[in-house]
Design a protein around this ligand. Sequence first.
Ligand SMILES: [Zn+2]
Length: 324
Amino acid sequence: MPSEAPPGGSILVVGGTHGNERHAPWLLEQWRADPSSLTDHGFALELVVGNPAALAAGRRYIDRDLNRSFDPVLLADPQQQSLEVLRARALLQRHGPDGVAPALLALDLHSTTASMGNSLVVYGRRPCDLALAAGLQQRLGLPVYLHEADAAQSGFLVECWPCGVVIEVGPVPQGVLRAAICQQTQRALEAALAVLAAAAAGDLRLPPQLVVHRHLGSVDLPRRDDGSPAVLLHPNLEGADWRPLRSSDPVFIDRTGSPVPLGAALPPHLPAQETYWPVFINEAAYGEKGIAFSLTTKESWPVQQPWLQDLVSLSRRLQRGEPL
Ligand SMILES: [Zn+2]
């Protein structure tokens, strides 16, 4: 199934975009050996390791984060020759919408050290992504982290395909394989394919509402001049992903044991809210990005008919193996 290029549009399933997240590459090997669990619906799948060099090295990346390297300006700049930019270009040349073996939809499988459980990350508000997220939320009850409007974090892989979401599972330490994480990832991928198949068959009934956790911004620990943390994350916040957080709630603890409330830690550009919902709390990979946790606001959006129409149209092209 995955070794031969399909005649037209396929579904790109990527694991190991970050080389220290090992469960998805492990699953890719199992699916290559026995694709039966993924092939029931007649879609052509491309199973691809995102960053093979980083996976071999057991590192998140070699030169730069591959999942921040799909920025069109960066990709078009001939001066940019880092390993990950070259890899991003190669993936797009082969499996991009205009590639030699084009994919129409990308499912990028990640893990996190944060206690996020199984969730979806959606970038922006493309109708097709929102319909897929609504279908998955209905089937599996997954929370949806809607990431948008953050200039400091851009260039995500799935944004380069007409439709695509990240399936995120945690907590799991970097470099560690855990059965439960693999099972949750498999379940989410199978559910995504089932949603697409139902859409193609005209049987998909989306829920009336999509609940999203919309990204507002990120908060870092106060740091010393050398960049080392001056305080610690408050114990109450550890593992509290997706739980409501108010301005008076402690988020840091200083050397004397005094708590620092969220209200005193909020960067000025973040909108004032009564309640926030934090995600990616103390994610190991985000220390270098200056992110101790990100804040979202929880919203319920009416599911719109054009979202479904876009997903139906795309899923039918996928089943016919048609390019764009
Ligand atoms: Zn990742």
